[in-house]
Design a protein. Structure first.
Length: 292
């Protein structure tokens, strides 16, 4: 009897858990669609910016803009590394993979002799590096899973100033690249200095612009905008990756809860059947004892 009661309690507990995970799966699916739309909307703008910069770029102009300044012969000596994670868990190994990539890139840069300033976005990354007592230059935990262009500007603006002043040789960001809802690999991208555009293939015409006031004045506005857009894309792709990973994790949890319920119900039915059989045997034995 005690075993049957314990099994009933466990069945109710698993049913409640499955209801929660199923609800979280549905919520993550709904939010994933909106986050995915933001990723898709950001990509054409980034492509257009890169194309315009590529068409305006010229070696003589590049010397005028600090954001295009490439590392010298001594290489990269001081780097700002932005590590992006989510604010919440229940998303499988999503945050773990981002933290692992951040630690790997930190080790690589420091192994090359570079001094690394770590900047964190997201509670999970901040909590991990606080636990490991790693020095952090800055951290943001208020952005959440709906980043905006203003958030990206707030993250990158001080680093832009430091890079332009020559205090940084490079700025990199670790984020979840959103390939699909089930493919969000942790990726490192260098956003400063801006790499010179690749030469266009032979036969591809270069856009013919009427430039006013000048190519230099336009690049002066476009280059910071391009860098901000790179950060914004990293934030929205990480947000979409979080919802995709959470949906997958909650679906797996719901399926596992269903399998566990099947096992518990079969076990309960066997225990109940055994209990009924025992009670019948006791009744029959008592009747025979009275008749005897």
């Amino acid at each position: 009897m005690a075993q049957a009661r314990e099994l009933r309690r466990r069945i109710k507990s698993v049913q409640s858990t499955r209801q929660i995970t199923r609800t979280m799966e549905m919520v993550a699916t709904s939010k994933l669609k909106r986050a995915q739309d933001r990723v898709v909307a950001a990509r054409p703008y980034a492509t257009a910016l890169a194309d315009v910069i590529g068409d305006l770029y010229a070696p003589d102009l590049a010397e005028q803009f600090p954001l295009l300044r490439q590392p010298g012969p001594e290489g990269v000596r001081r780097v700002a590394l932005i590590g992006v994670t989510a604010n919440r868990g229940l998303c499988g190994a999503f945050n773990t993979n981002l933290i692992r990539e951040t630690r790997r890139r930190l080790a690589d840069l420091e192994g090359q002799g570079a001094q690394v300033d770590l900047h964190l976005v997201g509670r999970k990354g901040a909590a991990f590096f606080r636990f490991t007592k790693r020095a952090v230059a800055s951290q943001r935990t208020d952005i959440g899973e709906r980043p905006t262009a203003d958030h990206a500007q707030e993250v990158i603006a001080p680093l832009l100033e430091q890079f332009a002043a020559g205090k940084l040789d490079a700025v990199e960001i670790v984020f979840a690249k959103f390939n699909s809802a089930i493919s969000t690999p942790a990726t490192t991208m260098r956003i400063l200095p801006i790499a010179p555009p690749a030469a266009k293939a032979a036969g591809v015409p270069k856009a013919d612009y009427l430039l006013k006031p000048s190519a230099a004045a336009i690049l002066e506005e476009l280059l910071p905008l391009y860098v901000r857009n790179q950060v914004y894309r990293a934030l929205v792709e990480t947000a979409a990756g979080f919802y995709g990973s959470q949906r997958t994790a909650m679906k797996n949890a719901t399926d596992n809860a269903g399998d566990m319920l099947d096992i518990l119900r079969r076990t309960y039915n066997r225990a109940r059947q055994g209990q009924i059989t025992q009670e019948l045997a006791e009744i029959v034995g008592g009747a025979e004892a009275l008749n005897g």
